[in-house]
Write a protein that binds this ligand. Sequence first.
Ligand SMILES: [Zn+2]
Length: 218
Amino acid sequence: MNIILLGPPGSGKGTQGSLLAKRLHLKQLSTGDLFREILNHPTHPLYSELQVVKEGKLVSDDVVNKAVADAIQKPELRNGVIFDGYPRTIAQAEALDEILSGMGRPIDLVIELDAVPEVLFFRILGRQICPNCKRVFHERQHLKECPVCHIPLIRRKDDNKETIRKRLEEYKSKTAPLRDYYHNSETAYIRFLVQDDSKTPQEINDGIMEQMKQKSIL
Ligand SMILES: [Zn+2]
């Protein structure tokens, strides 16, 4: 099974992606992780093309598509993939369709994960990240260090109200076309909106699985 996860920053895509991956025995493929992995391997064919990541610049569609096409050949990804943070553009979505149909492995489901603005702001403004393993925490957990790496957690400099507003607007303008793209395709589509912060990630995951059962995807 191949699943695409769409969602704005703060929607919990990464968290929900890893929960779904565990429960459905799929592998989560995040382009951020993929780029970091390639940048640790100077012999990788895309190593030099990905140096722009270090400068904080955007990676071209072409290079992202190549990196993903290469990654999904891995045997451990044969069972199915949860795409997290990819595709981001129509060009990437078209490329992914082509890559997957060439392998006889279509996309089975698109999950759009969204949350009301209050929840997105609360989550991002309180977000703390481990600089080593990149795990994400929230200040309400009152952690002084990463429970896995035992080093102090950091905040992203751009996690402030103004930049969050900009990032959300940018996301909306970029994602609206993707939503239409998948709505107009045969692919099953689920939208899950988080209304408040009372549910745990596990409960939200149960809700997503419930919708999948209703759509006979599970
Ligand atoms: Zn860590």
